[in-house]
Design a protein around this ligand. Structure first.
Ligand SMILES: [Zn+2]
Length: 414
């Protein structure tokens, strides 16, 4: 994977007036060791961090193997961490996925030591709650499962394991504003969705507050834009109610209703530990930045927010969008498939589907489609718009159509 440092995250991490400084992602990733930390090395490093001014480390519980599960909290010590926005990072639920631990440790060390203005300003606004090794028993054996043989990322409904119980306790005690779960994908997989790095977050849905889906969409758009600037490939996926909530990010996103993001970093040839950490570090920084500066105020990509009258696009022959006739799902009366035919030019970054001015979903990958839950629809005709955006968040192509969707409980054709 090529790190094209065409832009510096420092620009995004503070206001526009900030003078350009070193690339924060590269600085953080330069701290990643050649070999992953062992559990003992990580605990020793956390002990060192605990001695620094901005970091407090604690044990949040013990595994069946008797190992402490550690959490580090980093913030500006002039502020009570509970008074700040809080980002919870959970790394390495799967013990054989070390990049999350290394990205988290490098981020902690950097945030503990850096005097950069972007970092110090961030820590006045956001407390980072970081669990760098959620599954130390598994990590010690390089095994996916924990000491009791359980896949922790399928235990978030049952909460039967000491690790998931401890992290749920952290969530309830701290009530973080956002949750990030860091994973790695196998080098070889037959699953189409596992062929590339991806971020998975919460889609817009009738059973969830609209603001939640919109916030997750805006933030994912920013993650996508920044990954592109760094030359890191990324797909975006969405969760909706009904998805398997045994998974951590769905438990927190769909269950606890906080913006939550699963980051999966692809492994394999040409993807070093540092490359995989770059992906996780950039993802964490973009989300922390959104939380610090764009949480309630002006969204960074205003077009992605529900915009009552978006500007019509300038003609762009390279990118074209054509909205297809919606297709009712024969097996479920609640669902209709929205799809678009997209010809993506150089400048194309992502596509949104809107209904009556509200963004339903934002996606950067083919197939360009979205399963609409018709329970979200009002009676009568609705306007559906598909919009293509460039990397700066400018709409570059759109297509719209007004359709009447059959309501649930109404026999098709009536
Ligand atoms: Zn995993």
């Amino acid at each position: 994977m090529i790190m094209k440092r065409v832009a510096l995250l420092a620009i995004a991490l503070a206001c526009a007036a900030l003078p350009v400084q070193a690339d924060i992602v590269a600085d953080i990733v330069s701290r990643v060791p050649a070999q992953p930390h062992t559990y003992a090395e990580m605990m020793a490093a956390l002990q060192d961090l605990h001695e620094t001014e901005r970091v407090t480390c604690q044990s949040i519980g013990k595994t069946t193997g008797g190992r402490h599960i550690a959490m580090a909290v980093v913030h500006d010590p002039a502020f009570q961490p509970m008074s700040l926005r809080k980002m919870l990072v959970i790394a390495r639920q799967h013990g054989n996925e070390p990049a999350g631990t290394e990205a988290a440790m490098a981020l902690l060390r950097h945030m503990a030591e850096s005097d950069g203005r972007a970092e110090t300003e961030l820590l006045k606004r956001v407390a980072l709650l970081v669990i760098p090794m959620a599954n130390p028993d598994g990590a010690s054996r390089s095994s996916r499962r924990n000491g009791a043989g359980v896949d922790l990322n399928r235990d978030w409904q049952a909460l039967s394991q000491p690790e998931t119980k401890a992290i749920e306790g952290v969530f309830l005690a701290w009530r973080p504003d956002t949750v990030i779960d860091l994973h790695e994908l196998p080098a070889f997989s037959s699953k189409a969705s596992y062929q590339e790095n991806f971020v998975e977050t919460i889609g817009s849905c009738s059973t969830l507050p609209a603001v939640l889906g919109e916030r997750c969409g805006r933030t994912s758009a920013q993650v996508s834009v920044w990954m592109k600037r760094y030359g890191i490939p990324l797909n975006i996926y969405y969760d909706t109610p009904g998805d398997d909530t045994r998974l951590c990010h769905r438990h927190f996103g769909l269950g606890h209703r906080v913006p939550s993001y699963l980051f999966e970093s692809k492994t394999g040839r040409g993807r070093s530990l540092s490359d995989r950490c770059s992906y996780h570090v950039l993802g964490m920084l973009v989300i922390a930045n959104q939380l610090a500066y764009h949480h309630d105020g002006e969204p960074i990509v205003p077009q992605v927010a529900a915009a009552p009258a978006p500007r019509e696009p300038e003609p762009q022959p390279e990118t074209r969008v054509a909205l297809m006739e919606p297709i009712a799902d024969a097996s479920s009366e609640d669902r209709t498939l929205l799809c678009a035919d997209v010809q993506a030019g150089e400048e194309f970054a992502y596509l949104t589907f809107e209904m009556n001015g509200r963004v339903l979903v934002l996606t950067n990958r083919d197939p360009w489609e979205y399963w609409l839950d018709r329970r979200q629809c009002s009676e009568g005709p609705v306007e559906i718009v598909a919009r293509a955006y460039d990397h700066a968040g400018q709409c570059i192509a759109a297509d719209r159509r007004t359709v009447t969707l059959v309501q649930p409980g109404t026999a098709l054709g009536e």
